[in-house]
Each structure stands twice: as structure tokens, then as C-alpha cells.
Design a protein around this ligand. Structure first.
Ligand code: GLA
Length: 729
């Protein structure tokens, strides 16, 4: 998959579907030649590289013989497409790495030393990372800073059967003195054209991942989070689409980062209209010190390439996330239907009321009961309790609840918010420096809670000890891991003043360290991520948690947009989705939407009527029949976007093409009239029965003619969940 031609000095990474070419020029710099659909050879690098620049190369003045000279190989250092731009010199596009040495210099120029080709992908220590199953190769290039003993290892992985690349850097200090890292992005990708639109997903609480499209503009454009988490405000998943690209046509390049903290995706276009993309940990409030012989490893960036439109880019990500990222050992298995207590009773429950919830939850098909916030410390409202992780025995007999749940043949799960503390809690009262704060500054409080200083391993240990006591004493099958505020005062008393620029990243490492220790100790527990809904929906979290609560917005119409947009970058199986008590639509509609995720419920089940129970049980049956093959392990097609049309159309097809579910939801009743809606992913030669008009057609008919919706009346929010099953003709 990866070759280096000594003669032409060209690296070629290919899986016969995509190609990535790098040229090692005579100046020992890495120039990007090509990234796109498979290209069998580039015999003459100059044919490409000289087109990118005007033919003159950059001149330099040689002090030794007082002469102006031309860079070798006619290298044009400011406009060549590069793999790793320099800082402090002629290249003004924004280097991915900026260092400051003891002498104050910040010139950072890395030149090639050697390379090797590794089988597989190299795991990162203490950080989530991509996995391989003998299906990847990694090019590892060692570069040295021109004037300092600082090295960079540039890792670039290609997968055999997925159009996915993974990039990151390791910065190694072999100087005798410390070196400061002012910027440590994970990648650079230079493209020879700027005719793209940028799709990114900004939002807020209960409106996560809103679809936004901007033209790539001249100059700089950024998508960032500086909230300490991947955030509601922007998601680390973004993509570029060629200006005329659609769901099924045109070039689309997706980006994501295996990381849960601050990030910065940045594009810069130069006057040749080259597009220079860098991506990594946000450099705002970042300053990392590496001592001699230490190194800093950046998180991995994942790039998905499609020359066949948005859907293929999404499908690449879906397959990669399911097969090469999530470490949960039962990922490909059936995910139980989850009942969550939160919206049904909030903090107000007793042992008896929870037992009666469990009984009724069972009746609508639930297989996992989750007791949300309120079971611990003095937690009767959100002013107290966080940080005091012991069961509030006055309020709830947890042994009885769990026993009852397990007797009903249901799993039992519980809520934690490990990174937070309330000022009234015993833990905070006894450890006033356990939080992020700077004594001279006002201390921001949000939802009556402080952010624990998870950069301090002692604080992480304390919380670990408390959690272990509970998890050893109670049979718990699932944990919902919440995170309900962002980081403000980023100051840690565990570190000296020169290390404060490290705190944001150290908080993320603390999060990962607690999660991984718990997972190692309790491998049977399934963790679900959460952050005031979907404020930490990212690849870093998915490495540990196979699903993430998608949003606190469960009202079906808003939810539908959130789920649709999330599914452009993340598999349905990762999206926690519940039917709730909102009166806007029927339970059936709400359940059908939730079914295109990891299905669950969130309401007071004692209040459901017989009819509502029946409706929900029917959808639960469909989930049980189809979830594993169609939703969990199937292929997703975005048939129609609610961002652009009057209806949402999502179709998922099992790998063997024998079954499919098609979710159709109408928005405005006076919107478009539908005639035919073409489906995808079916075997054109096979015959399929469909549950909409109960007819059987050949696969090619659904693909080419489509389902005939023109005889139907589509009221506001009318929702259809259509099953398709292969039948013998
Ligand atoms: C957050 C979560 C909710 C719920 C509450 C409990 O807002 O997103 O689902 O768990 O916390 O306090």
C-alpha cells in the first residue's frame, strides 16, 4: 500500500481506490503532489509541482560567498503544496507546529531525515487512537528542525478497504534544554484548488450540530472550540464539498479528530488559490513545555475521501468508527433498549417509584433501566451532591432496585458526572483546591457546579476511588457519563506558572485516564457519553463509549434535524435517542425517529395509556428485529435532507442487502408534493416486499423508479417507517 521510489523520490500511499503522493524534494522537504481517486503513477513530479507555483523558485542569500542563490530543485517555499509548512520564514500560510527555543527563536523548519513503513497503525499512549486489524499501513517520516535538535515524526496511515487517512505528529526534544511548543496541530493538507464549500456543525444546548455551509473564502476561515470540550458550539467533524457536489456526486473530503477538547480547523487560501488546511488542538491558551528527551504526541486526525458525493464520505467514517475506533468489545452486538428515568421524575423519586418505573418500562420492551441523576450524596436538586459519590440510602435502596431490575431480566445502569463538584459537597469542602480557579479572579459557577481539576492526577485518583467503591458493591451494567459545564478559569494549583498553558489538554488526558482505568477494571460495563446532551459528541469519547446521548432535545422535530446532521459524520449506532412525553407528535412518530439511533425511552411510564404502550411496544419489536443487522451493522444512505427539502429521508440497509428500513418524515403539510422517492443500497436483481403499500418490486425498481408516494396525503410531521424485506419472487 505504501511505496517509496528512490529514483523519483516519490511516496505513493494507495489502496487502489484513493492515492496520496508526496515528493521528497532536494531541499529535504515534503511536497504534496496529489490526493484523490486512485492514480497509478506520477512519473514526473515537476509536471505537478511546477504548475502550482510560478516557475521561479525562491532565492536566498548565501552569507558565506555573498551570493544570491536559488533553492535546490527550484523549490518555491511559500507556495509549494507542503506536508509540513515552516514558521518564521517565507511561508506565511500557518505552520502546523510552532516551537520556541530557549534562545527565544521561533523559527521552525523541519527537514527530512529518514522514513520507514510500518504495518498497522501505531497506538498512542494515554490517548484514544485509531485501530487496525491488519488492514492498515503507516508511513513514518522523521524530520529534524534545521538548527535545533528537535525532531518530528510525521505519521500517515492508509487503510486497505476504507478511503480513510489518519495523520498526526510527534515532537521530540533532543536539545539540552526545554523547548516550548506554541502550536501542535495534528496535520496539514494542502490542496491545489479552493473551489469547495465548507460544511460545519455549529449549535448550542438542545440544538447541536446545526448544518452550516459557507463558501471557502479568500484568506482564513476557522472552525473551533475553546470551551474545553469538543462542544455544542462547533463539532470537530467538518467537510469540504466540491462546489457542484451532491449526496452522490462530486469530491467530498471529511475531517475529524480523535479528541474531546479544544480544536481548531483552519483553512487558508493563497493568491494562487491553493487551499492550505491545518487541524489540531486549538493553539489559543496552549503552551506545552517539553524537557530534554521528552516528546509530545498530537491527537490523530482522520480524513475521509469520496469522489462520489457526501454519502460515501459519511459511509467511510461510519465504517471506520465502528471497525477501527470503538473499543467496546460488544460493539457489533445488539444494543439493549434503554429506559432512562430523567425526564420522567428528575430528582424526585423513591425506591418504590423506581421499582414501578422498571415494571412499566419492561412492558414497552425496555431491556436496560438507567437511574439518572439524583441517587448519590445529598443530591435532591442540582445544588449539592456532585463530588460525593456514595449512595443516598435515605432516598433509595439501590440494592433492591438493582435486584428487581435484574429479576425482570433487565440490565441496570446509573448516572455519574465525575469531572464536576458542587460547592456544598463534602469533597469540595475538604479539598478547596480540587477545582480549576485562580484565586484573584472571580470564580464562575455554572449549573451550581465547579469544574474539578482533572489535570491533577490526585483529583482523578480520588474520584476513581469513590466510583470503584460503588461499582464493586453494586452490580452495574451501564454508566451514563455526564459533563454539564464548560471550562472557564483554566488555572491549576497542581502546576507551576510555566505549565498553565498545558491545563486544557491535561484536563482531556485526565478524562481519558479515568475512563480507561474504569473500563479496564469493569470491561462488562457499557459507557454512554453525555455532556448536557451532545456537547461532547466526538471520536475521542467514542473510542471508550460506544454511544453518546445525542442531545437533551428529545422533541421529535428538532431531534430529527440533530440526528440527521449527526449521522453525516457518525454512525446511527452511536447516537443515543429516546422517545419522550412531548405532545407535538404521537409516541409512534417519536419512537420511529428514536429507532434511527440507539433506541430508548424517557418519560413517566406509569402515565402511558394502553394505546401508547401498544404503539411503543410495536416499535420496540421492529427495533429488536432490525437493529443489529440494519441500524448497527448496516449501511446508511441520506435520501433526502431536511436542511434542504421538506422531508427527511434516511435509509439503512443490512450488509447482506436482505433487509432495509426507510424513515420518511414530512415537515410542512403544504410543502412539496411527492411523486417518487428513489431508494438506495438494495440488490437490483432481488425482489423486496415493502410495508408501505404491501407490494413487492424488484430492487432495480426501487432504485430507478422509486416508491410512489403520490397517492398519499402528507400532513404536518407525518412519519413513515417502511420495512423492506427480500423475498423469493
Ligand atoms: C444532563 C443530561 C441529561 C440528564 C441531566 C441530569 O443535562 O444531558 O440527560 O442526565 O444532565 O442532571
Amino acid at each position: 500500500m505504501i511505496t517509496f521510489n528512490e529514483k523519483t523520490r516519490i511516496f505513493h500511499l494507495t489502496n487502489k481506490s484513493i492515492s496520496y503522493y508526496i515528493y521528497l524534494n532536494q531541499e529535504q522537504r515534503l511536497e504534496k503532489l496529489y490526493f484523490g481517486p486512485y492514480l497509478s503513477e506520477i512519473s514526473n513530479a515537476d509536471a505537478i509541482r511546477k504548475a502550482n507555483v510560478d516557475n521561479n523558485s525562491t532565492q536566498f542569500y548565501d552569507d558565506k560567498d555573498h551570493q544570491e542563490k536559488t533553492f535546490l530543485d527550484q523549490f518555491k517555499s511559500n507556495y509549494a503544496l507542503l506536508e509540513l509548512s515552516s514558521h518564521g520564514v517565507i511561508d506565511k500560510r500557518g505552520a502546523p507546529i510552532i516551537l520556541r527555543y530557549k534562545d527565544g527563536s521561533r523559527i521552525t523548519e523541519f527537514l527530512y531525515v529518514e522514513h520507514r513503513i510500518n504495518q498497522g497503525i501505531l497506538p498512542l499512549k494515554d490517548m484514544p487512537h485509531a485501530l487496525d486489524h491488519d488492514d492498515a499501513e503507516t508511513l513514518e517520516i522523521l524530520l529534524k528542525e534545521r538548527n535545533h535538535n528537535v525532531y518530528v515524526k510525521y505519521f500517515l496511515t492508509i487503510y486497505k478497504d476504507k478511503d480513510i487517512l489518519v495523520k498526526n505528529f510527534e515532537i521530540i526534544n533532543h536539545e539540552k534544554e526545554e523547548v516550548q511548543i506554541e502550536r501542535a496541530f495534528s496535520m496539514q493538507l494542502d490542496l491545489p484548488c479552493m473551489d469547495y464549500r465548507l460544511v460545519h456543525f455549529s449549535g448550542r444546548w438542545a440544538k447541536e450540530r446545526d448544518y452550516k455551509v459557507n463558501d471557502i473564502v479568500d484568506g482564513v476561515q476557522e472552525v473551533t472550540s475553546n470551551y474545553g470540550r469538543s462542544s455544542h458550539e462547533e463539532n470537530p467533524f467538518v467537510y469540504l464539498m466540491e462546489k457542484n457536489a451532491t449526496m452522490n456526486h462530486g469530491e467530498v473530503i471529511g475531517f475529524n479528530m480523535i479528541y474531546s477538547g479544544n480544536f481548531k480547523w483552519r483553512s487558508f487560501t493563497d493568491y494562487f488559490h491553493n487551499l492550505h488546511i491545518t487541524y489540531g488542538i486549538n493553539d489559543e491558551d496552549f503552551l506545552w513545555v517539553i524537557n530534554p528527551n521528552e516528546s509530545f504526541v498530537t491527537p490523530q486526525c482522520v480524513i475521509s475521501y469520496s469522489s462520489k458525493g457526501v454519502d460515501k464520505m459519511s459511509q467511510n467514517f461510519h465504517a471506520f468508527i465502528k471497525e477501527n475506533l470503538i473499543t467496546y468489545p460488544y460493539e457489533k452486538d445488539y444494543k439493549p433498549i434503554l429506559f432512562n428515568s430523567w425526564e420522567g421524575c428528575y430528582f424526585d423519586f423513591t425506591t418504590d417509584s423506581i421499582v414501578s418505573y422498571i415494571d412499566d418500562a419492561k412492558k414497552i420492551g425496555s431491556e436496560l433501566f438507567v437511574l439518572d441523576d439524583g441517587w448519590f450524596g445529598r443530591r435532591d436538586n442540582d445544588y449539592d451532591g456532585l463530588g460525593d459519590w456514595y449512595v443516598n440510602e435515605k432516598k433509595v435502596d439501590l440494592h433492591r432496585v438493582i435486584e428487581h431490575c435484574h429479576k425482570q431480566n433487565m440490565k441496570f445502569g446509573i448516572w455519574f458526572e465525575p469531572e464536576m463538584v458542587n460547592p456544598l459537597s463534602d469533597y469540595y469542602q475538604n479539598n478547596p483546591h480540587c477545582i480549576l480557579k485562580e484565586d484573584n479572579n472571580p470564580l464562575t459557577i455554572a449549573r451550581h457546579q465547579f469544574h474539578l481539576d482533572f489535570s491533577n492526577p490526585k483529583v482523578v485518583d480520588d474520584i476513581y476511588e469513590q466510583m470503584v467503591k460503588i461499582l464493586d458493591a453494586y452490580e452495574i451494567d451501564y454508566i451514563k457519563w455526564d459533563y454539564n459545564r464548560v471550562v472557564y478559569e483554566t488555572y491549576s494549583y497542581a502546576f507551576g506558572k510555566e505549565r498553565q498553558g498545558e491545563i486544557y489538554h491535561r484536563l482531556v488526558l485526565g478524562y481519558y485516564s479515568l475512563l480507561s482505568r474504569l473500563i479496564e477494571r469493569y470491561p462488562h460495563i457499557m459507557f454512554e457519553g453525555c455532556a448536557s446532551g451532545g456537547g461532547r459528541f466526538d471520536l475521542g469519547t467514542l473510542y471508550y463509549c460506544p454511544q453518546i446521548w445525542c442531545s437533551d432535545e428529545s422533541d421529535p422535530i428538532q431531534r430529527m434535524f440533530i440526528q440527521y446532521n449527526t449521522s453525516l459524520g457518525y454512525p446511527l449506532s452511536t447516537m443515543g435517542a429516546h422517545a419522550n412525553a412531548n405532545p407535538i407528535t404521537s409516541y409512534q412518530t417519536k419512537a420511529q425517529i428514536a429507532l434511527f439511533g440507539t433506541y430508548g425511552y424517557e418519560m413517566n411510564p406509569n402515565r402511558l395509556s394502553e394505546k401508547e404502550m401498544e404503539e411503543l411496544s410495536e416499535v420496540a419489536k421492529i427495533y429488536k428485529e432490525y437493529h443489529q443487522s440494519v441500524i448497527e451493522n448496516g449501511t446508511l444512505y441520506h435520501i433526502s435532507s431536511p436542511n434542504e427539502t421538506n422531508f427527511l429521508g434516511l435509509q439503512s440497509v443490512s450488509k447482506d442487502q436482505s433487509t432495509s428500513l426507510f424513515l420518511f418524515m414530512n415537515l410542512l403539510k403544504d410543502g412539496d408534493r411527492y411523486r417518487f422517492v428513489r431508494l438506495q443500497g438494495l440488490d437490483p436483481e432481488a425482489y423486496y416486499w415493502n410495508s408501505y403499500d404491501q407490494q413487492t418490486f424488484k430492487g432495480e425498481y426501487y432504485l430507478k423508479v422509486g416508491m410512489n408516494f403520490s397517492r398519499d396525503w402528507f400532513d404536518e410531521f407525518r412519519c413513515l417507517l417502511i420495512e423492506l424485506k427480500r423475498v423469493e419472487n
